[in-house]
Structure formats: C-alpha cells, structure tokens
Design a protein around this ligand. Structure first.
Ligand SMILES: Nc1ncnc2c1ncn2[C@@H]1O[C@H](COP(=O)(O)OP(=O)(O)OP(=O)(O)O)[C@@H](O)[C@H]1O
Length: 244
C-alpha cells in the first residue's frame, strides 16, 4: 500500500547557510498519528515549507500518496490540510467567514461548504461561536477554528506545526485528543510537529529530529527506554526537561 507521506533522503539547504535537513527518510501510513519531535532549530518548519511546496528540496523527494510535491504540487496539496505555527486566519472576520472563504478557495460549492462547516465546527464544539470574530477568541478556540478550516476539503493528511504553542496544558491536551480522534474515526493521517514530549502518546509513531537529521524513530513506547524524555534529551543532547 502506498504511504500517505513518504520522505526519501529529503535534504534542504538555505542559501549560503548550513544544511537545515539532512537525508531525512520516513513514511506515514493511513490513519497514523506521527509526532515529529524536535527542539528549536531542529528543522521542523523547514520540513513544513517543503511539504507545503513553498520550498523545493535540495535533494531527495517528498511524496504525498505517491505524488511528488515538487513535481505535482497541485495533486499533492489537494490531499493535505495545514495548521501553521502562526495563525493564518483573518482576525477581523468571523469564524464562519474565514471558513466560507477557504471552502470557496477550494472550489467547494455553497451547499456542501455550509454542510461541512457545520460538521467541523460542531465536532470541535465551535458552532455556537461561528459568528464571533477570530480576534475575540482565546488561543484554544483559534486553534480549533484553524483545524476546522484545515479539514474542510477532507484531506487525507493533516500537518500541524507547533499547533499548541501558547495554549495552557488542559487546552493542549484537548487538542491532542481531538487530533488523535481524527486518526481513529476518519482514518486521517497526521503529522504533529512539536518540541513538547508530553504531547506524544505511547503508540504514536515518533520521529526525533535533531540538527536536521532523524536521530531516532519508532513508536514512542519503543523509544521510551528508560523514558521518552531521557531518550529525547540524550539524542538531542539537551540538558534540561522538555516538558514546558
Ligand atoms: N530562512 C532561513 N534562512 C536561513 N536559515 C534558516 C531559515 N529558516 C530557518 N533556518 C535555519 O534552519 C535550521 C532549522 O530551522 P527551523 O525553523 O526549520 O527549525 P524548527 O525545528 O522549526 O525550529 P523552531 O521550532 O524554533 O521554529 C535552523 O538552523 C535555522 O536557523
């Protein structure tokens, strides 16, 4: 079976600087939650820039369900939903207006668009807030609105870059729970980039990224000897805890 995401020897160098990604190879299968765990500067956002076709790999390939993102970006991007580190919602529009705009950009007709918007907002417990301006929402609600928007075109693969930044622990937990439910209920594949160990669950496929290289990969359970935190700190030579 074709993997939903397949990175093959993926490498990237910014102009006149050191290599930001080095020979990165991994797969994400359908319905799988994959945590991309790396400290600041590990290369997570660089990976997202390639996955969103903003940058082309310097070497190697990234396939989305068999489509090479550099060669056939349109087909690959249609299968993906993104939540980036910085919000990309229009703060002066309501949640509903933001979602309608996105649905229209994706060529989703009015009737289907309204139906999907309602479904996603209800699932994320945001439907009653649909007329509120994004600016008025707290961080957790904004993130949920972004996830709802990213799911409107029913992507097979959802990629989230530090989606929980700035949220309190309880809100982070709810968000991580929700995204795990998406994998289980819908078979959506997820790439969850984070530097926070407590967001990784025992059965998650986990990739530890350090200085642009994969330093370890397996389920969190497999990597957790003696603890995931210890393994992460050893592989990334971190002296301090990564829980905050
Ligand atoms: N536009 C750029 N030009 C040159 N170097 C860059 C650029 N963007 C990132 N880098 C470098 O590439 C490396 C990887 O950075 P990247 O932002 O991908 O890491 P990250 O894991 O997303 O970290 P963070 O969580 O801090 O954003 C770092 O050494 C960074 O300084």
């Amino acid at each position: 079976m074709t993997a939903l995401l397949s990175a093959q020897n993926l490498s990237f160098t910014y102009e006149n600087t050191k290599q930001a990604l080095k020979d990165m190879s991994f797969n994400i299968e359908q319905g799988c939650f994959c945590a991309l765990l790396g400290p600041n500067g590990a290369g997570k956002s660089t990976f997202f820039a390639i996955a969103s076709a903003l940058n082309r790999p310097t070497y190697g390939n990234l396939f989305i369900h068999g489509y090479d993102i550099a060669q056939t970006p349109r087909a690959a991007l249609a299968l993906m939903g993104f939540v980036f580190q910085q919000t990309t919602l229009d703060l002066d529009l309501s949640i509903l207006q933001n979602l309608r705009y996105f649905a229209s950009l994706h060529g989703i007709g009015n009737k289907l668009g309204e139906q999907r918007i309602q479904e996603e907002l209800e699932r994320l417990d945001l439907y009653d807030r649909r007329h509120e301006k994004v600016r008025q929402l707290n961080g957790g609600h904004r993130r949920r609105a972004e996830i709802a928007r990213a799911l409107l075109h029913h992507p097979a693969l959802l990629l989230l870059d530090e989606a929980s930044v700035g949220l309190d622990i309880a809100t982070r937990r709810t968000l991580v729970d929700h995204v795990h439910h998406l994998c289980q209920e819908r078979g959506t594949s997820v790439l969850w980039a984070t530097h926070l160990i407590d967001e990784v669950r025992e059965n998650d496929q986990t990739i530890i990224l350090h200085n642009g290289q994969i330093a370890g990969q397996g389920t969190a359970h497999e990597l957790a000897a003696p603890t995931l935190e210890q393994t992460f700190n050893d592989l990334t030579q971190r002296g301090q805890t990564c829980l905050t």
